[in-house]
Each structure stands twice: as structure tokens, then as C-alpha cells.
Design a protein around this ligand. Structure first.
Ligand SMILES: NC(=O)c1ccc[n+]([C@@H]2O[C@H](COP(=O)([O-])OP(=O)(O)OC[C@H]3O[C@@H](n4cnc5c(N)ncnc54)[C@H](O)[C@@H]3O)[C@@H](O)[C@H]2O)c1
Ligand SMILES: O=C(O)C(=O)C[C@@H](O)[C@H](O)[C@H](O)COP(=O)(O)O
Ligand SMILES: [Zn+2]
Length: 363
């Protein structure tokens, strides 16, 4: 293992399901040992943008004695569709994959979500190793076992909890990540700051340019801090029975924006607006101070993330929010802050409260 690697441990539902998130550089060589001797066949799932990396992973596995095949899937949210999952199941079937074989995801969060869902469903569950190549994939999507696909009715409405056997976050892959994608990933980093680790917010405020430099040590610290936040939460509440809902901060409106925008918005951009809304909602009911609510705007704007959305889409947004997985019956439920690193839940029976808060961020 590369000596400069950092290992963040995640506890599973039982010790056999514990896994490591490894952050470092040049991690490809770790894969054969992680897969283990029982694995014979490996499917490497990647988007076109990561074809070279996917082919390299396949070739390295072949050199190590595995039978490896690749499946190139549509990019970004286009990859999170049932037809794409069906294509992967077809590849697995035609190559005689058994329950002792494995899947490796190479790509951003859309890939780890799709590949994780394919791994959760093939033969009712096979091993998956995530190799996230986007900031958002590294700090969030690859950790915690949420897998899923989108439907015409909403984000991630079909999926399964299926934790990976390991996560290899190779920082070298960030060198080719487009800047707007890195900034999108910073939304989930900032989310971790607001819900759990205020040091993240301090680091971002100190030098927004430094933290969006893929080679900076500060960005690496932010990545490791964010993974640590998520690892602690999902180790305590894998299936979102309560605590894990805090990781959904900004997502109730965020996912509704992605739906209304037909999945054309970057996830992080939508979550940024969603956190602005959650802050205004908390402020409006006296749970969040003006200073902490205003800090959302200054930090998110400072990173170049959006802080507003269209005024004329409210009904579509409300319909989308009603399908949020935190809803219970007709009750909409929001993650809000009672202060920095003090998340809680706000039950909202009356949508007029939501409409009023939305006016504070609508444009
Ligand atoms: N399961 C979870 O816990 C969880 C958590 C957060 C987000 N998500 C999901 O993750 C998705 C967002 O993840 P994302 O922002 O990584 O999106 P993504 O997977 O669509 O990747 C973003 C874009 O960057 C490209 N890309 C990725 N890595 C690259 C690299 N190294 N070099 C060049 N291009 C690269 C991709 O091809 C894509 O075009 C959403 O679908 C969201 O719902 C899931
Ligand atoms: O891991 C979680 O739990 C999260 O909420 C992390 C989110 O950043 C992520 O976007 C997740 O996919 C959203 O979960 P969902 O249950 O609302 O689909
Ligand atoms: Zn998210």
C-alpha cells in the first residue's frame, strides 16, 4: 500500500461487513488483495470519461490472474437508469458471474450508485469495490452503502443498502476532474462541515481557491474529514433509522431541483441551493441564528456554488419534495440546524412555511 495512504474505517452491521476507505495515490495495486482469492471474475463498470482508467484496472486485474471484463455505461445521471442496470446484468450473465465474483466501480457517484445497485441485485448480492474518481464520489457516494437509480418520478427512488468491500479513493484521479465537478463535490464537503465538523467550514472560508486545487494538502484534509464524518454516521446507523438522516441536509429541496431540471443539474449544485433553503427554513422558525444562516450564503457563494433557484417552479418542487424518503405519510420532514454541527429534524405539516422560506432564496 502506498505509504502516504490514510485509512478510515467503517463498521458494518457485523464485523464481517467492516470495510476500509483508503485515501492516497497510486492505489490501483491494492485491488487484487482487496478482492481476495475466492474472486475469479471481475466486472469493471465505468463511464466513457473514465474508459482509460477502466481499461487499466481491467488489464491490471488480468495480469494478477483474474478474468476481468468492462462495462461502459452512459455518463452522469444517464447512467442511473434501470436500462443501464439491465445491461450490466446481461454482461454478468453472459460471462457466468457467480456469487463469489465481484464488481469494481470506477467513476463518480453516479457510477458507484449504479454499480452498487447492480452488485446488490445480481444473484441477490455480490461483492463491490468502489474506486471513486470525483470529489463527490470520494467524500460521499462511495461510502455508506446507499445504492440506487433514478426514475421519472424522482431521485434514487429505487435502490438498496449494499456496503462496499472497500473504497479506494486515488487522489491522482482528481487531476482530470473538471473544475465545475470539483466545485459540485465541495457542496457535500461543506454539508459535512455544517452538520458535524466546523473545522471544514473554517478551512473553506480561509482560502476557497486553495480548497478547489486538486493537488492541495488542504483539499486532502477536507476529503479525509468529510469521509470521517460520513463513516462515523453510517457506522452507527447504516439503514437510516434516524441519525443517518443528517447526511441528507439540503437534499429534500436539492433532489426536487434535480427532478424539475430533469437531472441536468449537478447534484452538488442542487444540494447547495437545498442547504440555503434549509437554513432559511430553520431561521424562519427561530432554530438557526442569522449569523449561521448567513454563513451558508457566504461559504457557498465563495465556492462558486448556486444559492438561488427559479421562483416559478414552486409547485414542481413541492411535488418532488413530497416523494422525499424522509417523508412519513403527508408529513414533510427536513434536516435543519439548531447551530453549526447541531443538526435536527423539523416536521412541516403546513407548506405555507415552506413557501415563505423559499421566497428568501428564489430568484
Ligand atoms: N450513495 C450515496 O450515498 C450518494 C452520496 C452522494 C451523491 N450520490 C449520487 O452521486 C451522484 C453525483 O456524483 P458525482 O458528482 O460524482 O457525479 P458523476 O458520477 O455524474 O460524475 C460527474 C462527472 O464527472 C465525470 N468524472 C468523474 N470523475 C472524473 C475524473 N476523474 N476525470 C474526468 N471526469 C470525471 C463523470 O464522467 C461525470 O461527467 C448523484 O447521482 C448523487 O445522487 C450518492
Ligand atoms: O448517505 C446518505 O445517507 C446521504 O444522505 C448522502 C447524500 O449526500 C446522498 O446524496 C444520498 O444519495 C441521498 O440519499 P437519499 O436517500 O435521499 O437518496
Ligand atoms: Zn448528496
Amino acid at each position: 500500500m502506498n505509504t502516504s495512504s490514510t485509512v478510515i474505517k467503517v463498521s458494518g452491521e457485523n464485523a464481517a461487513n467492516n470495510y476500509d476507505v483508503v485515501v492516497g495515490r497510486g492505489l490501483l495495486g491494492n485491488l487484487p488483495d482487496i478482492l481476495g482469492e475466492r474472486v475469479r471474475r471481475v466486472l469493471v463498470i465505468h463511464p466513457r470519461a473514465l474508459r482509460l482508467t477502466g481499461d487499466t484496472v481491467r488489464d491490471e486485474l488480468e495480469s494478477a490472474g483474474f478474468t476481468a471484463v468492462t462495462a461502459e455505461i452512459p455518463d452522469a445521471e444517464e447512467g442511473k437508469h434501470i436500462q443501464v442496470a439491465a445491461f450490466c446484468w446481461q454482461v454478468l450473465g453472459q460471462n457466468d458471474f457467480t456469487r463469489s465474483d465481484a464488481i469494481v466501480a470506477v467513476g463518480g457517484g453516479a457510477v458507484t450508485d449504479l454499480a452498487g445497485f447492480v452488485a446488490a441485485t445480481w444473484l441477490r448480492g455480490v461483492k463491490v469495490v468502489h474506486m471513486p474518481t470525483s470529489l463527490l464520489g470520494m467524500v460521499d457516494a462511495s461510502v455508506g452503502g446507499k445504492t440506487g437509480i433514478n426514475t421519472a418520478e424522482g431521485k434514487n427512488l429505487v435502490g438498496a443498502f449494499h456496503p462496499p468491500a472497500a473504497v479506494l479513493a486515488d487522489l491522482d484521479t482528481l487531476d482530470t476532474l473538471p473544475k465545475n465537478e470539483l466545485i459540485s463535490g465541495m457542496a457535500e464537503v461543506v454539508k459535512c462541515g455544517f452538520i458535524a465538523d466546523s473545522a471544514i467550514l473554517d478551512l473553506v472560508e480561509k482560502d476557497p481557491a486553495e480548497v478547489t486545487d486538486p493537488r492541495s494538502e488542504t483539499l486532502r484534509e477536507l476529503i479525509e474529514r468529510s469521509i470521517a464524518v460520513k463513516a462515523k454516521v453510517v457506522s452507527e446507523d447504516l439503514k437510516e433509522s434516524g441519525l443517518r438522516e443528517i447526511l441528507n441536509y439540503g437534499h429534500t429541496l436539492g433532489h426536487a431541483i434535480e427532478l424539475v431540471e430533469r437531472y441536468s443539474w449537478r447534484h452538488g449544485a442542487a444540494v447547495s441551493v437545498g442547504m440555503m433553503f434549509a437554513a432559511e427554513l430553520a431561521r424562519s422558525v427561530g432554530r438557526l441564528s442569522d449569523a449561521d444562516a448567513d454563513r451558508h450564503r457566504s461559504i457557498l457563494e465563495g465556492l462558486g456554488l448556486p444559492v438561488t433557484y427559479r421562483r416559478d417552479r414552486w409547485q414542481g418542487l413541492l411535488d418532488g419534495m413530497r416523494r422525499d424518503k424522509k417523508s412519513r405519510g403527508d408529513l414533510l420532514r427536513f434536516v435543519v440546524l439548531d447551530g453549526i454541527a447541531r443538526p435536527g429534524i423539523l416536521d412541516v405539516p403546513d407548506t405555507s412555511l415552506l413557501f415563505a422560506a423559499y421566497q428568501e432564496i428564489a430568484s
